[in-house]
Design a protein around this ligand. Structure first.
Ligand code: KG4
Ligand code: ZN
Length: 335
């Protein structure tokens, strides 16, 4: 079967064409709205919805063209139903359902977070649940146990900000453009991770919860007590220290969860899984402890259409793809 995946939950308009047996990404173009939002220091939902509306058809066309198929070769569509911004989600859902009706094919509403984890599955299609998952994105930071049949049990999540949000907000305090995660990683690559002793919240607790709001306050205090020239001069070391604080929290709590659940496979997904330091630290731990480590290719860590189609394919292979033309109460778009 040929699948079209559509992702429009936040600030990327993304479409992808995948084949499902064996699973293979045939194309995965996207339009990033980052420049349109950077001016405001974060995503503006109305601007995002409008941009999706303008770009979704051209991106879907590009996906079909790059895959070397005809529109009529598509057998099914998978689109994101949430979590995400309502306007942007509505654009993706309307487009998916309209196209599905036109082509007389099914459209499946998929969960964005399941999509992030399915991006990791693309690199290791052989892995079988149960396994521990870590989702780290701009909106979510959560450890979830996945058991056969897509049975999910939350092991712990953030009490306040998500890891990506911590990168972005702390970056903003340091004068970096939104989204700051990749920039902090780049600037801090060769920096001294011990330059500033930023706090690691809840480390003394034997739970699997995260908290990043204290870190945000610590960065704010740091910018108030050091002059801009000093910060500019030492930005590499400050970024390295900040990145280490966030990554350290993620790794410590993931290890706690691995020990508690006794899982032998770790699946990681979400935009922050593109972070090289996080990848190194987790890979290192898993390698030393005989744990299978499953993480998306870096290009598939952040939002994309392939992960949404992959989520549908993964469910289909397990006989758990049931939400044909699913209509949520807030989506008055019955097909
Ligand atoms: O999954 P994603 O693309 O969108 C959401 O579902 O939220 O994640 C975006 C988040 C942003 O907060 C961004 O700063 C962060 O992922 N991010 C990174 C890196 N690349 C993206 N954070 C740290 N290091 C990176 N290399
Ligand atoms: Zn995402």
């Amino acid at each position: 079967m040929i699948w079209l995946g559509i992702e429009s939950s936040c600030d990327e308009t993304a479409c992808a064409v995948l084949q499902d047996d064996p699973v293979k990404v045939l194309s995965n173009p996207l339009y990033s709205q980052i420049d349109e939002h950077a001016l405001y220091g974060g995503v503006v939902p109305e601007i995002a919805a409008r941009a999706h509306l303008q770009k979704i058809a051209p991106i879907a066309e590009a996906a079909v063209k790059e895959a070397g198929i005809a529109l009529t070769d598509i057998d099914a569509i998978a689109y994101t139903t949430g979590p995400g911004l309502m306007g942007p989600l509505l654009v993706g859902a309307s487009f998916a359902k309209g196209l599905a009706r036109d082509l007389q094919i099914p459209a499946y509403g998929m969960n964005h977070l399941e999509g992030h984890l399915a991006a990791a599955w693309l690199t290791h299609p052989e892995i079988e649940p149960p396994f521990l998952t870590l989702t780290v994105s701009g909106g979510h930071t959560e450890l979830v146990l996945e058991e056969p049949g897509f049975k999910y049990t939350s092991i712990g999540r953030t009490r306040d900000d998500a890891a990506g949000e911590a990168f972005d907000k702390c970056g903003k305090l340091l004068g970096l453009k939104y989204p700051a995660g990749a920039t902090i990683s780049r600037l801090g690559k060769d920096g001294n991770r011990k330059f500033v002793d930023f706090p690691r919240a809840l480390h003394v607790h034997d739970n699997c919860e995260f908290s990043f709001s204290g870190l945000k306050t610590a960065v704010l205090r740091y910018t108030e007590t050091h002059d801009p020239e000093f910060i500019q001069k030492n930005i590499g070391d400050i970024c390295a220290s900040l990145e280490d604080a966030i990554v350290d929290s993620l790794v410590t709590k993931t290890i706690t969860a691995l020990k508690k659940t006794k899982m032998k496979t770790l699946v990681v997904g979400g935009g922050v899984s593109a972070n090289a330091w996080l990848r190194t630290r987790l890979q290192d731990y898993c390698g030393k402890h005989g744990i299978t480590f499953c993480i998306p290719e870096r290009s598939l860590s952040t939002d994309n259409g392939a992960m949404i189609a992959a989520a549908a394919i993964r469910r289909k292979l397990q006989g758990k793809l049931t939400s044909v033309n699913e209509v949520k109460p807030w989506m008055p778009l019955a097909v």
